[in-house]
Design a protein around this ligand. Sequence first.
Ligand SMILES: Nc1nc2c(ncn2[C@@H]2O[C@H](COP(=O)(O)OP(=O)(O)OP(=O)(O)O)[C@@H](O)[C@H]2O)c(=O)[nH]1
Ligand SMILES: [Mg+2]
Length: 324
Amino acid sequence: MNVDVEALIREAGTAGPGRIRAAARLMTIAEGGSGAAVNVLGKLAGAPEPRLVLGLTGSPGSGKSSLVDRLLQHCRAENPDSHIGVIAVDPSSPYSNGAFLGDRVRMMRHAGDPNIFIRSAATRGHIGGLAAGVFGMLKVMGLAGCDIVLIETVGVGQMEIEIESLADLVLIVLAPGQGDAMQFQKAGLMEAGDVFVVNKGDCAGAAEFHAQLMASVRLIDHDRKQRGPDSVRLVSAREDDGIAELLDYLDRRRDAEADRWLARRRTRLGTHLRAAVLELAQRRLEAEWSALADSDPVGRVLRGETGLAELSDALLRHAALNNV
Ligand SMILES: Nc1nc2c(ncn2[C@@H]2O[C@H](COP(=O)(O)OP(=O)(O)OP(=O)(O)O)[C@@H](O)[C@H]2O)c(=O)[nH]1
Ligand SMILES: [Mg+2]
C-alpha cells in the first residue's frame, strides 16, 4: 500500500474537514514501527509540539484512566477551543490479553468529542520500540493542534522508565492501600516522578498516605529535583476533588520550568531521531544480509576465508550502494 505521507501531513496540519482522518492515519503509521513510521517521524521533526505532555503512570487500578477522564473534562470546560490528545499504552503482552478495555470504557464519554484524540499504543510486538512509536504519535498530535497530550501507562517494567523520555512531567498516580511510602521509595518510583498524585482521596487512609508521601519527598529531595511538598497532590477522580487545583499546579510548574523543559524536549527529539536513524540503518543491513545468504557468509567465516570485520565492512558498502 502506497500512502502519500506528505499529503496526509498537509491535511493533518490544517483546519480542514479531513484533519482528524489524516491525523488518525498518520498515527496508525507512526505506531506501526515500519519504515514508513520513521519517514513520518523524520518529516515531523520540526512540527509544532503540544504545550504540555503529561505522562501518567502508577500501579494497576490506582485510577489513572479516571484521572485522565477528569483532566479532559476540566481542560475542555476551561478552554473550549483547545485540542487534547490521549495515548493509552496497552499493557498487553503476548502472555495476557491486557486490561485495556477498562481504559476505553472510562474515557468513552469523550470519544465523540472532535477536539479529543484518544489512541492506544500496544506494547505487543514492540519490544524496545514502543517509545519511538508513541513519540511519533505525539508529534502527529502536535501537528494536528493538540495543546495537551496525556500518556497513560501502567507502571510496570520498561515503560515506567521510557515515559521519562516522552513526557514533560511524569505523574505517578497512587492510591491508599497500595503499600506505604517506603515501598515506593524502594521501587524507584520516587525517583521517576515529577508529581505524585494520591488519588481516591475519598477513601479511608488517603490523607495519612498523602502526609506520609509528602514527608518522604521532603526527605529524599534535598535539592536534587525541583519538586517540593506541593508536588504531592491529594485528589479524588471519582468526586472531582482537587483536579482543578492539580491542573493549576501543572501550569505553574510549566511556567517555572519552561527553560528546562525546552532543553529536555530537544534532547528527547535527538534521542528519538537517533533511534529512528539507527533502526532504518539496521533494516537496510538486514536486507543486505539476506541478499548475501547465497554466498554463504557464515561458511566463509568458518573456513577462514573472511573475517567478521571484513564482512561487516562489505555489508555497509553494499547497503550504501544499493540504497534499498
Ligand atoms: N473511590 C474511588 N475510586 C476510584 C477513584 N478513581 C478511580 N476509582 C476506581 O478505581 C478503579 C480503577 O480505576 P481506573 O481509572 O481504571 O484505574 P487505572 O489506574 O486506569 O487502572 P489500569 O489502567 O487497569 O491500571 C475503578 O473501579 C474506578 O472507579 C476515586 O477517586 N475514588
Ligand atoms: Mg487505566
